[in-house]
Design a protein around this ligand. Structure first.
Ligand code: SF4
Ligand code: SF4
Length: 155
């Protein structure tokens, strides 16, 4: 009898305790600001220095540059920029070394796909991934990124 009462006591205690589970995916989860999620890429900030490619431990970044369309400027601009999320380990190193913060972390983590091909993201996809950008990286960004829905910089 004492054991039953004790068990019921535990049940009652947890019945009225605050819930620790969430109704994801119906209710989106807000990750902490330092969470290492899928990167945002701002093509206009990229100076094609290749530092992100060199430091990437899994070789999952590929990029190419092209001559600046402005004939008065000698620098290159980015042509293609791809991240293979099959092998990206979201280690944050590419964003740490980027001198212009062209590539920065976001809190977004949903990458589930039916095909591996869909995990190969190009610069247009990464540029459109402009929500929940880590707040410390959001000062340099374009109005498009700053205006991103639920942008971390606006929290
Ligand atoms: S987060 Fe790490 S593994 Fe992913 S692209 Fe950047 S450096 Fe490479
Ligand atoms: S480190 Fe930054 S600026 Fe350099 S190529 Fe990579 S994204 Fe572009």
């Amino acid at each position: 009898m004492k054991g039953i009462a004790k068990g019921l006591g535990v049940t009652m205690k947890h019945m009225f305790a605050p819930k620790v589970t969430s109704a994801y995916p119906d209710v989106p989860i807000d990750m902490p600001d330092r969470f290492r999620g899928v990167q945002y890429f701002e093509p206009d900030l990229c100076i094609v220095c290749n530092q992100c490619v060199r430091i990437c431990p899994t070789d999952c970044i590929t990029l190419t540059g092209k001559p600046n369309p402005d004939p008065l400027k000698k620098n290159k601009v980015i042509d293609t920029f791809n991240v293979n999320f099959e092998i990206c380990i979201l280690c944050d190193l590419c964003t740490e070394v980027c001198p212009t913060e062209a590539i920065v972390m976001t809190n977004n983590f949903e990458l589930a796909a039916y095909s591996r091909d869909e995990l190969y993201k190009d610069k247009e996809w990464l540029y459109a991934n402009n929500t929940h950008i880590r707040s410390e990286n959001s000062t340099n960004l374009s109005p498009a990124a700053k205006g991103g829905k639920d942008n971390g910089s606006e929290r």
